[in-house]
Design a protein. Structure first.
Length: 104
């Protein structure tokens, strides 16, 4: 899957780390709602993502998302990714809350 980043020296692309953090924030946001009434959360903005160290595909990545606030349908999260106890990425993400059947 990651053979192209980079041949012979594979790395997890930053966009994959960011998506994993957005998914983590979405799971955290959904957990505040009953399972039968969970809205869908879409990534609306990426705020100040920083990448500190390269991540190899075989490494275990610990992802965290902390909700900082909510205004209307927008939720802001602080997100972090660690590998072997070392911070590899951090930043802020904004998710928007939509109805579950919005795109059906």
């Amino acid at each position: 899957m990651l053979a192209g980043h980079f041949p012979g020296d594979p790395l997890v692309p930053g966009v994959i780390l960011t998506e994993a953090l957005a998914q983590t924030a979405g799971i955290a946001a959904a957990s505040a709602h009953p399972e039968h009434a969970q809205p869908r959360f879409l990534l609306s903005a990426i705020r100040q993502m920083k990448f500190f160290h390269a991540v190899r595909p075989e490494k275990r990545i610990v992802l965290r998302a902390e909700k900082l606030g909510e205004v209307g349908q927008l939720l802001q999260f602080k997100v972090e990714a660690d590998v072997d106890g070392k911070r590899v990425a951090e930043g802020g993400l904004v998710l928007s809350k939509t109805r579950a059947n919005h795109y059906q």
